[in-house]
Ligand binder design. Structure first.
Ligand SMILES: [Zn+2]
Length: 61
């Protein structure tokens, strides 16, 4: 697995070992206009990385 394939799969499996046992290790953090970063953790191999989300849609609830 690589970060490229991680992105292509929509961030569903660990970029290092391919495990699906990944989760956010901290609450999402707003880091800029329309941008949020999430610290991620793999429970299988212990890898840590950071995902960046860009605002793409907004609707009233
Ligand atoms: Zn892993």
């Amino acid at each position: 697995m690589t970060f490229r394939s991680y992105l292509e799969s929509g961030g569903t499996t660990c970029p290092k070992c391919g495990s699906k046992a990944i989760k956010a290790s901290a609450p999402p953090e707003k880091t800029g206009p329309g941008q949020v970063q999430v610290s991620m953790l793999c429970a299988t191999c212990g890898a840590r990385w950071r995902d960046t989300y860009i605002l793409s849609k907004s609707e009233e609830l």
